[in-house]
Design a protein around this ligand. Structure first.
Ligand SMILES: Nc1ncnc2c1ncn2[C@@H]1O[C@H](COP(=O)(O)OP(=O)(O)OP(=O)(O)O)[C@@H](O)[C@H]1O
Ligand SMILES: [Mg+2]
Length: 235
């Protein structure tokens, strides 16, 4: 199996050589656990190697995504200017979840994302977060088939590596909102803040990764300016 570097050395080691190529992986965690940081590090790494990348942002303005990256030490401006990176805000496409138009909008959103990936030849894609696409229970069946369709479309070419993030309710053991993201993706990385000796530590754990060996332990991680996520010892 071919692999790509995640851009995080310790994570590549946990996976015995990197993320499986051409797959979609879910990055799940409560607010503030480092999901966006991990995704930015992964994109920046690919960009530095000459790849093209698409960051699909929902709920966060593209300017904020770009300034968050800069605060972590990654200047995305040259890649935006050269057209190697595109940050797409699809918040306005999501529309009103209570409206009957919702599923129609979702189909359009997925088409828009796939068209952009093609246009820029993106090999690294981030959708941060996927959760707003799967909220609402009135049309759950359709939403499930759209999300599954999106993940299949992304994995079809074998050349597009995707990270999707999902925020999990605080204190919950769930890793996704309705489960389909969890089953349809090829892998799951869980980020947490865990109590340890009267304080909290950040942890990273790989829950599944189809087609590869992996370490099951939770690892202590740090988020550092200029370096992003740094993997330390197992808990
Ligand atoms: N430049 C930085 N240096 C050190 N730590 C940082 C830096 N930028 C962010 N952090 C830390 O990283 C944490 C995680 O940020 P991040 O935005 O990646 O989390 P998230 O899981 O995407 O959160 P959300 O669910 O709210 O989107 C922040 O709460 C902050 O403590
Ligand atoms: Mg985030």
């Amino acid at each position: 199996m071919q692999r790509i570097s995640s851009g995080i050395d310790g994570l590549d080691q946990i996976l015995f050589g990197g993320l499986p190529k051409g797959r979609s992986v879910l990055v799940a965690g409560e607010p503030g656990t480092g999901k966006t940081t991990l995704c930015l590090q992964y994109l920046h790494h690919g960009l530095q190697q000459g790849e093209s990348a698409l960051f699909v942002s929902i709920d966060e303005k593209p300017e904020h995504v770009i300034s968050d990256a800069l605060s972590l030490g990654w200047d995305l401006d040259p890649f935006l200017e050269s057209g190697k990176l595109h940050v797409m805000d699809i918040t306005q496409h999501i529309g009103d979840f209570d409206s009957a138009e919702h599923t129609v909008d979702l189909g359009h959103v997925i088409e828009t994302i796939m068209a952009k990936i093609k246009a820029i030849g993106a090999t690294r894609v981030v959708i941060d977060p996927i959760a707003p696409l799967v909220f609402g229970d009135a049309h759950t069946q359709q939403i499930v088939s759209y999300i599954r369709g999106l993940i299949f479309a992304l994995e079809d070419s074998g050349n597009i590596n995707t990270l999707l993030t999902s925020y999990v309710p605080v204190g919950s053991e769930k890793v996704s909102s309705i489960g389909v993201e969890e089953f349809a993706t090829s892998g799951i990385i869980i980020l947490k803040l865990e109590p340890l000796h009267q304080r909290y530590v950040r942890t990273l754990r790989v829950k599944k990764m189809r087609g590869t060996r992996m370490e099951l332990s939770a690892y202590h991680i740090e988020i550092m300016s200029g370096r992003g996520i740094v993997v330390r010892n197992p808990l």
